[in-house]
Write a protein that binds this ligand. Structure first.
Ligand code: AMP
Ligand code: MG
Length: 325
């Protein structure tokens, strides 16, 4: 059985195709980019509308299949930006009705976790999900993926992108900040904000902007200090979740997990506590349709043919979903 998965929670419109055996047949996508400004909801929807047909053709070509070969269509139901999500939902309905197959809505955060398990063979990991809009420490306990810690304000990627935008680097800022940080020599003290198991970034962002405006600091040092501070916060809460749940595996997900320094810090922590560290290839850390297609396969039982009963769920939380697979 083949599943076609549609991702459209935020900046990326992606279509992935995967089999029920976990074979990935296609990963096609087109991401919104901008030199100034951020992710403006209606602009994202316009972008997705524009590229959706081309992305679909590209995916079918990569997989060497036609729509008739698809057994189920999955789409990102949430969490995400509503106008963006709606493009994915409508396209899912259009494709599914053409070939008369059922549709299943899936949770974007859980899709990151399940693709990581499939590709790295991690069995019972704690997931550090560090993406643009989301920052969560997730682990399975009693039929749900529970959130052990999370951001109290913005996601870590949005925080990094906001600072990058402030200093004129454009979107996405993460890779550019990482490059500048490599030339940072001096650690500049920043607020370190861990509250219980949660983290918060907005105060750090204000502090960084003020330091940048004062012109007293080298930009490379600010980027270096930003990374050292906020990554240490993530590693601290991830380690505490691992200690509490007695899990021996850490898995990374989300675009910020492409960052080499974050991966290095996670791997050091895992070594020190005799745990295993896993991260899938970068293309599966970033938002993409394959994650959605694979979770669609796992959740096939939830697929329905009554399309009018399906909707987006922009505020869906990881622990809203019953894990019945
Ligand atoms: P996602 O929302 O999971 O697709 O991830 C997108 C986010 O990942 C954006 O905020 C990017 O700035 C961020 N990102 C991508 N590559 C890196 C990197 N090398 N270091 C830090 N952040 C990154
Ligand atoms: Mg994501």
């Amino acid at each position: 059985m083949i599943c076609l998965g549609i991702e459209s929670t935020a900046h990326t419109f992606g279509i992935g195709i995967a089999t029920n055996k976990g074979k990935i047949l296609a990963n096609a996508l087109d991401s919104f980019k901008t030199k100034c400004g951020g992710l403006i909801p209606n602009e994202l929807a316009k972008h997705h509308e524009k590229v959706k047909n081309e992305v679909l053709q590209n995916a079918l070509q990569q997989a060497n299949v036609t729509l008739k070969d698809i057994g189920v269509v999955a789409f990102s139901q949430g969490p995400g930006i509503a106008p963006s999500l709606l493009v994915g939902l409508k396209f899912a309905k259009k494709i599914a009705s053409k070939v008369k197959v059922p549709i299943v809505g899936v949770n974007h955060c859980i899709a990151h976790l399940e693709i990581g398990k499939l590709l790295t063979k991690a069995k019972e990991p704690v997931l550090l999900y560090a993406s643009g809009a989301n920052t969560q420490i997730i682990a399975y306990e009693n039929k749900k993926y529970r959130i052990f810690g999370e951001t109290l304000d913005q996601g870590i990627g949005n925080f990094i992108d906001s600072f990058a935008r402030y200093i004129g680097l454009g979107f996405p800022g993460g890779p550019k900040i990482e490059k500048l940080a490599l030339n940072g020599k001096k650690y500049i003290e920043l607020p370190y904000v861990v509250k219980g198991m949660d983290v918060s970034f907005s105060g750090i962002l204000t502090n960084l902007k003020n330091k940048y405006d004062s012109k007293k600091y080298a930009i490379e040092d600010l980027c270096f200090s930003l990374q050292e501070t906020v990554f240490a916060m993530l590693v601290e809460v991830s380690e505490r979740a691992m200690a509490h749940t007695e899990k021996k595996e850490l898995l990374l997900g989300g675009g910020v997990a492409c960052n080499k320094r974050l991966r290095e810090m996670c791997s050091i922590m895992c070594n020190e506590r005799n745990a295993k560290f896993f991260a899938p290839e970068n293309k599966y850390l970033m938002d993409n349709g394959v994650n959605i297609a694979w979770l669609g396969i796992l959740m096939k039982k939830n697929a329905v043919k009554n399309y009018s009963s399906i909707d987006i769920n922009p505020y869906e939380r990881t622990d809203d979903v019953d894990v019945a697979w």
